[in-house]
Design a protein around this ligand. Structure first.
Ligand code: BGP
Length: 464
């Protein structure tokens, strides 16, 4: 007997700017992810202009998902494909593109799980003060109302914002804020919490049959030693890395400890009583989490000078002055790109999220980035990916036995796409896309070994 519920949503995920390409097609306006909007310091990796060319291959891509037996597909809608300018004019071609995609998914019995905003900020929003300005409220509200009106009857699961915590903590690496050190990232967090609350309320009114929730990147932290101070560091890191983004939406407040961290670091945020009232009534229906690895931390006392953050990427290098610092975990193996592999940490994370909030959980990212090799006879033997998934899915089944209520599992990524900052060579898909960093080749879709393995796993509802 499978431990997974019978209607469990097996599938996979992508995001618009990393998979679609076609940035000058279909009336899309410029976004923060377009080559023109940023400097390409690292010329060794591709930009996002062509990506996996899903904009022109979407039908073929959905057919491959259907062949794998996907029950769900998590993708993001590109805000700059839908809204043209700061007056809120709508791009009908963008609406048509996503309507076609949604219809194709539904025709194939694949439940769409739609991320409203996944890192690609329209330039008209950037030019109007970006996410740090409260002007973002009106832009995001208009955008949401267009989505709910046009797609509300087709979408049961909405995700408000992808990885707000990653946007706050490493915005300069993923290019959601070019001037990190001149801005207050915690104001970005608050503003985006407000827009999420507004989206939840709007969704209830405009699409009463849909469900909506946030999608942070959650990594539970271990203390580096049994020193009591390291356990305090664990609590501190969990707070700033994980909970502060969920507490506000699920519990309605910012914790006292978080507010005192801001005060000590001179990073006050501007809030109003109307905004804080919103959090009391706008509760999500579920929590979506992206999990790649756990964290390990030790105490960091230095009150002066640099906080010691190396900010390598989403999974490492975090440090908060007087609070906590991440360190390596000697007990874990690493991927080719240096991310620690911790399947047991997945179960631990699911348990902690469930026990803290008691809301159903959907996994909207999990996976292994690797330099996959296409053999001469056109195969990709990604046994390391199968091993990664096998172990994580096993731990997810144990979490279900622990009592965690799970809705679905949509790992990263359905097909190969361009990494946030490490190019197309860091591949995650079940389907290989035949292109290199600069040679676009034929963009052929090639089924990896993991494709066949996942197909079988889905057909047996997770029991292999
Ligand atoms: C998450 C993002 C994704 C994705 C993934 C893998 O943080 O939500 O957009 O790219 O991580 O990360 P990367 O592409 O940096 O390897």
């Amino acid at each position: 007997m499978s431990k997974f519920p019978k209607d469990f949503l097996w599938g996979a995920a992508t995001s618009a700017y990393q998979v679609e390409g076609g940035i000058y097609q279909g009336g899309k306006v410029p976004s923060s992810m377009d080559p023109s909007s940023k400097e390409h310091a690292n010329k060794e990796i591709t930009d996002f202009s062509v990506a996996s060319d899903h904009y022109n291959h979407w039908k073929e891509d959905v057919a491959l998902m259907a062949e794998m037996g996907f029950k769900s597909y998590r993708f993001s809608i590109s805000w700059p494909r839908i809204i043209k300018d700061k007056e809120g004019n709508i791009n009908q071609e963008g609406i048509d593109f996503y309507n076609n995609l949604l219809d194709e998914l539904i025709k194939n019995n694949i439940e769409p799980v739609v991320t409203i905003f996944h890192f690609d900020i329209p330039m008209f929003v950037e030019e109007d003060g970006g996410l740090e300005s409260k002007n973002v409220y009106k832009h995001y509200e208009r955008y949401c109302s267009v989505l709910f009106k046009n797609f509300g009857s087709k979408v049961k699961y909405w995700l408000t914002v992808n990885e707000l915590n990653v946007m706050v903590l490493i915005s300069q690496i993923i290019n959601t804020n070019k001037e990190k050190y001149s801005s207050n990232e915690w104001q970005v967090m608050h503003n985006m919490n407000v827009v999420q609350a507004k989206a939840i309320l709007m969704c209830r009114e405009m699409c009463p049959k849909s469900k909506i929730g946030p999608a942070p990147n959650i990594a539970i932290n271990y203390p580096a030693s049994s020193k009591p101070e390291d356990f305090t560091a664990k609590l501190n890191m969990d707070l700033l890395r994980n909970w502060v983004y969920l507490d506000i939406l699920c519990r309605g407040t910012y914790s006292k400890k978080f507010l005192s961290y801001l005060e000590q670091n001179n990073k006050q945020i501007h809030t109003t009583s109307e905004e804080m009232e919103l959090f009391k009534i706008a509760k999500p229906d579920f929590i979506a989490i992206n999990y790649y690895s756990s964290g390990t931390v030790e105490a960091l006392d230095n009150k002066d000078g640099n906080d010691g953050a190396t900010n390598a990427d989403q999974q490492s290098g975090f440090a908060f002055k007087g609070f906590a610092k991440s360190v390596k975990n000697p007990n874990l193996e690493k991927t080719q790109f240096g991310w620690e592999i911790d399947p047991v940490g997945f179960r631990n994370t699911l348990r902690e999220v469930w026990e803290r909030y008691q809301l159903p959980i959907m996994v909207t990212e999990n996976g292994i980035g690797a330099r996959d090799v296409l053999t001469e006879d056109g195969k990709v033997h990604d046994d390391y990916r199968i091993d990664f998934y096998q172990k994580h899915i096993h731990q997810m089944a144990l979490a279900i036995e622990d009592g965690v209520e799970m809705i679905g599992y949509m790992p990263w990524s359905a097909i190969d796409l361009v990494s946030t900052h490490e190019g197309i060579s860091k591949r995650y898909g079940f389907v290989y896309v035949n292109r290199d960093e600069f040679d676009l080749k034929d963009m052929k879709r090639i089924r990896k070994d993991s494709f066949y393995w996942y197909k079988e796993l889905i057909s047996k509802n997770g029991e292999l």
